[in-house]
Design a protein around this ligand. Sequence first.
Ligand SMILES: Cc1ncc(COP(=O)(O)O)c(C=O)c1O
Length: 405
Amino acid sequence: MQTRPSSPIGFAPPPIDDDSVRAVERVLRSGWITTGPEVAALERELAAFLGASHVGCFGSWTEVAELVWRWWGLGPGDEVIVPAVTFAATANAVLHCGATPVIVDVDPSDWNVSAERIAGALSPRTKGVMPVDLAGWPVDYAAIRAVVESAPFEAANDRQAQLGRPLFFADAAHSFGATYRGHPVGTQADFTAFSFHAVKNFTTAEGGAVVCALPDGFDRDEIMRWLKVWGLHGATRDALEKTRGGQWQYDVVGDGYKCNMTDIQAAIGRAQLPKYPEQLERRAHIASRYDQALGLLNGVQLPAREDATRRSAFHLYALHLGGWRAAERDALIDALREDGVPTNVHFIPLPRLTVHRARGVDARVYPMAERHFAEALSLPLHTLLTEEQQDWVIARFIHHFERLR
Ligand SMILES: Cc1ncc(COP(=O)(O)O)c(C=O)c1O
């Protein structure tokens, strides 16, 4: 008989340790706290970790996603294909540009969007494709790339004419540290954006990063510069550059945005990054303990974790309760909460949200997303979870699962 652990179980507490605290203190006392040398260093370190040449840090995934879409020239009348099961931000970044997110259903084998679904939603108005590595599990990048490369396309500006196809922009908010065909997720699409939000595997409290891996012929240095300039008011010099001798003058080349990461945030990331590979292994270990304990329960679909080409970043332990109704799943959530086990649902599908219903999206057209909505349940998965806590989660899950099904 399992006893309830004395310390409360968190759902996804940040792994902030003494090194992070010391790093923040060092920056706070350094005399420079906004964007500066720490952000530049984090960008270099992320590039090395990802095996990427062009990485930029910004204030959030959402901010940099909108910036990239604006660089691409996305606007009214344009379409971007997004999956039905994701966080609202994936589609919001498209809506911010006045364009239309075209929502496609997901594949119940892994709950990601498939290349076939994307192919079926292409139109002459498709200007971009944004798949999501749900829960940290990579989409089939090669298959999606093949679809994007043979898509019909009508270019509306020079950048689009140069690429000659829709932009392949990956939402890797969950998959920092996942691998696809042996390489870290980040360089498989034209752009890939990560979120460093407080609940993510790797966090800077708030923040995000983008990798530019556009084909040769694109001036990637210039593109990163464009993103930095437009992410800081459209100004040609940032605050630090202006303090340097003879550089006080600047121009503002357009009505830019305010999307910069601060050195305080970057310092948190820099303190964490050397520890991240070990944290990923810890996550993998916790996921495999769940797999072993829950895999034999009738009807439970375990999250995808590893196959011949992919390895998850183990961001969420998102399982599915095969055949359950939403009310039954909700009763399980309530019972677990009573027992001190926090859970979550990732996510309420986009077609159920008012923002999309108001523009005519009908949830009934997305049967797999509807199934996901009824069956999905995420259990705590984080590096601070002790074995005692996990054993309690497992015991209470099995107890209530057997009782309620
Ligand atoms: C799939 C997905 N995309 C995008 C985002 C947005 O990230 P951010 O909060 O850094 O803007 C999130 C955040 O939770 C997410 O889960």
